[in-house]
Design a protein around this ligand. Structure first.
Ligand code: ZN
Length: 250
């Protein structure tokens, strides 16, 4: 039990950078079944730490439970636009009707400790060889979407590590910088996809595993009990469109 603490202490004292394997999760959206399934799987893998790229809440039926698990398991968590909207309803003016309804519902459910956690999340963080943001390294709190190569080209100018991890679009994938551009190194922007509401036509939950030494990256997709989440959403009175889309990954 004391061994990992001693190792971390010695590493810090000697300023040694050790290779680490991270599970990188994002866009949980209060989907407890998906989050628990992902954490169970991560527990079977050779992973040192878990980090979360935000949108812990919004859309789904279990905001407090998901926040509790994230607080327990993630060494770093970034703020997402839905996390911000859930504690600052003024932000819902930028949302569509369904997202706004869900944010208002979430705001009423959140216990004080959960609200406090969301309100104080940072908009950017880093691990060895990678920067972590919710939407884009360019103006992280403006929540720019990176959907195309052109979007990515702009974002490549705003980080200096080999990799930038993002979520926000709920679509797993990656962009590689042009090697003849202004950059000394080839950079990658990797979208880890969404735990709780995938939108790339694959309803399986999505996240990534990253090795900070080799820069190897694996996208993991796993099925989870969607019907259970959908039933809870109907019972909670959340918009039915938000529940049904989970079956289709839309
Ligand atoms: Zn999201």
């Amino acid at each position: 039990m004391f061994f990992p603490i001693i190792v971390v202490f010695v590493k810090k004292k000697l300023n040694i950078v050790m290779p680490m394997r991270y599970a990188i999760i994002s866009d949980i959206h209060s989907n407890l079944e998906a989050l628990q399934t992902a954490l169970d799987h991560i527990g079977t893998r050779d992973v040192d730490e878990i980090v979360c790229l935000g949108d812990v809440v919004g859309y789904g039926p279990n905001p407090n439970e998901c926040i509790e698990l994230v607080m327990m398991h993630c060494s770093q968590t970034i703020k997402g636009n839905h996390d911000q909207a859930a504690v600052d309803l003024m932000q819902t003016v930028y949302m569509n009707r369904l997202a706004r309804e869900a944010a208002m519902w979430t705001n009423k459910q959140l216990i004080p400790g959960a609200k406090d956690f969301l309100a104080h999340l940072p908009s950017k963080a880093s691990i060895e060889n990678a920067v972590l943001v919710h939407a884009s390294p360019f103006e992280p709190e403006e929540w720019h979407y990176i959907m195309t190569g052109l979007d990515a080209d702009l974002a490549f100018d705003h980080f200096d590590t080999p990799v930038c991890f993002i979520g926000h679009t709920h679509r797993a994938g990656h962009f590689v910088s042009r090697t003849n551009g202004n950059h000394d190194i080839e950079k990658r922007i990797i979208n880890v996809g969404s735990i709780g509401q995938p939108r790339d036509k694959d309803p399986k939950l999505s996240f990534g595993i990253f090795d900070t030494d080799t820069l190897a990256y694996e996208n993991v997709r796993i099925s989870y009990p969607i019907q259970k989440t959908v039933d809870k959403m109907h019972t909670a009175g959340l918009p039915s469109e938000l529940a049904e889309r989970l079956f289709y990954g839309l």
